[in-house]
Design a binder for this molecule. Sequence first.
Ligand SMILES: Nc1nc2c(ncn2[C@@H]2O[C@H](COP(=O)(O)OP(=O)(O)OP(=O)(O)O)[C@@H](O)[C@H]2O)c(=O)[nH]1
Ligand SMILES: [Mg+2]
Length: 398
Amino acid sequence: MTSTSSPYEVVSAAPSPITSAGTGIANLPNQRHKIVAKNGANFTVMVCGESGVGKTTFVNTLFTSTIKEPKNVTRRRFSKTPPKTVQIQITKAEIEEKMFKVKLTIIDTPGFGDYVNNRHGWIPIVDFLDDQHEKYMRQEQQPCRKGAIDMRVHVCLYFIKPTGHTLLPLDVECMKKLGSRVNLIPVIAKADTLTPSDLAKFKQNIRDVIYAQNIKVYSCPIESDDESTTQRNANIMAALPFAVIGSTQDILTPDGRKVKGREYSWGVAEVENDEHCDFRKLRSLLIRTHMLDLITTTEETHYENYRQSQMETRNFGDSRSQPNENAKFKEEEDALRKRFTEQVKGEESRFRAWEQQLLSERDRLHKELEAQSERVKEMQADIDAFYYQRDSPKVIRK
Ligand SMILES: Nc1nc2c(ncn2[C@@H]2O[C@H](COP(=O)(O)OP(=O)(O)OP(=O)(O)O)[C@@H](O)[C@H]2O)c(=O)[nH]1
Ligand SMILES: [Mg+2]
């Protein structure tokens, strides 16, 4: 079910024309490169998952690490602990590389599952996704489609609590619903709270459940003409679900580097260190290597699925709601049934007549048989009489 209005009040930050440190759009294959250059791209990322799992911190981390000189990103106060997110928060920024522009939108959603009545807090998120498809579809049906607002979500990052065990039933339920609507990327939050071996086991358990439960997750096209791209994509897929560390804090490492990370007595968990987590891999997939594939699959698979399913249900509804068509159909059906009954009746009486004929023929033959056996008896008596006369002693009269 979709509603036309958003279930949450949307809080939006002003778009900020920000030059990124390089998004890689200039490296796109020629054909695609031209399309993006001409139209610019809208790219929308959504984060969701249980409450307190680190979604807002991740969004802040992504902004601070991607956009070097944040201007006007008013909603994002990069404090140590962001307040609990209670409504959908939208932050926009423009990423620019040479002459290519991407309008990046990040949608942060309120967490769910932290108390009994909030177990189904993810339903409004699913509705939000459907609503964006619905709004876009309605705009597409208008005669003038220029300036259509497109808030369709190109990728949804699903944050998994770092329990070290496996996916919770709530995760499975929610991921199933999301995966059928949007490019879903599972993310293990707070990777710094798990040891490397526990993290590896956790990842495998999650992959097993995803496979066993048939949850649809985004998989980037592995095959490519270029061998290094094939290898890179295979490496990305092998890291799924991406383990991330979120932090906007600058920390000085013992070897004198200033990094974004989390400080512990045992050392520093670094956001942008591949040995510590997959943050760089995930950011590269989103902002650099697979942005266009995420946009294309959203258009060609997820939006198309939505559009088709809506068309089917709406057409079905229409045919049922046409009384004239229905009455005509009923008339035809009645006539057919009558014709059939008449045919059956005719066949039945023909069969009865034939049966009657057979019975009387049987009686006639019985009678004839009786008469014949009567005749046989008489003839036998005649024969007996004949022999009796011949063999009996003759009386000679004197
Ligand atoms: N150890 C560790 N803590 C983190 C990490 N990311 C976030 N946190 C902490 O987890 C707490 C919750 O973080 P938020 O980013 O507010 O979580 P959220 O998912 O947005 O929460 P809701 O808005 O309530 O759904 C904060 O105290 C963060 O500092 C991480 O990668 N590692
Ligand atoms: Mg939050």
